[in-house]
Design a protein around this ligand. Structure first.
Ligand code: SAM
Length: 250
């Protein structure tokens, strides 16, 4: 898959994409990653990318011209491209979108905004969609782009060492992940649950499902409501048990 980013700060991407799973995905050719500097698409001596907002107010706005020119230059090779503008006002990015993107045949091109944001005509006439990573405002679109790239690349076949590990994580089944433990069996007075030491794989699977449901009921009850049509009979029994036992710590 080809992933490109348009940014004023290309260096932000070099460190993150140069380590661990992202690095391996690039080295294995699973991802063809490129970063493009927005300033390379300006034509004045000062390489101006921003200007004052019409109507007044604080801050500067990224001009539509350089963004549009950069996107056209990247797309000039004729490859089909899905252009994504990072924006606090965009649709909320989800694990489901990460799954869809990981199967996407088109090049993904991310536009990272800065300052007060990007001239609205980029959202209207250049980008195919606007995405937000959460209801908070960051300084720029670089971290949101990396968040989305990380979430989708790790789902691509061959990116993770253990293929099973992405299938059992939070949100993969619509609910949160079960708790994980490793050695030692007792640490600072806290014991690993006996069930995990039992060697009974069927019972361990049931315990994990129950604890995943318990954690979801405690932390994100709205996910249980959202997934209610996909819950199995066994899940419903487990939820009744959890409600009798309690949701655990706060
Ligand atoms: N004035 C904008 C607003 O109130 O929505 C905020 C602009 S923000 C300081 C600058 C850039 O950071 C945005 O253009 C966008 O690219 C990026 N950004 C900030 N928060 C984001 C979020 N939650 N999701 C995606 N991108 C975000």
């Amino acid at each position: 898959m080809e992933i490109s980013v348009l940014t004023l700060f290309p260096e932000i991407f070099h460190s993150y994409m140069g380590v661990s799973i992202m690095k391996r995905a690039v080295e294995r050719g699973i991802v063809d990653f490129s970063v493009h500097n927005l300033r390379d698409y300006t034509h004045d001596r000062h390489r101006t990318v921003d200007d004052y907002p019409y109507g007044g107010g604080p801050g500067m706005v990224l001009k539509p011209g350089p963004v549009s020119e950069a996107v056209d230059a990247i797309k000039a090779d004729g490859r089909e491209t899905l252009t994504i503008l990072l924006s606090a006002g965009g649709r909320l990015f989800t694990q489901k979108m990460a799954e869809d993107f990981s199967r996407e045949g088109r090049r993904l091109l991310f536009i990272a905004g800065r300052y007060e944001g990007v001239d609205e005509r980029v959202a209207i006439g250049v980008a195919d969609m606007e995405l937000s990573i959460g209801d908070y405002v960051l300084t720029g679109g670089e971290l949101p782009a990396l968040v989305i790239i990380d979430a989708l690349v790790r789902l691509m076949p061959g990116a993770l060492g253990d293929e099973a590990s992405a299938e059992e994580e939070s949100f993969a089944w619509g609910i949160l992940d079960y708790p994980h433990y490793t050695r030692p069996p007792e640490w600072k007075g806290m014991r690993v649950p006996d069930m995990l030491l039992s060697g009974n794989h069927k019972e361990i699977a049931r315990w994990r499902r129950k604890e995943a449901l318990r954690k979801t009921l405690r932390m994100r009850p709205e996910l249980i409501e959202r997934e209610k049509d996909r819950l199995t009979e066994e899940d419903r029994k487990l939820i009744i048990e959890i409600k009798e036992e309690g949701y655990g710590r706060d």
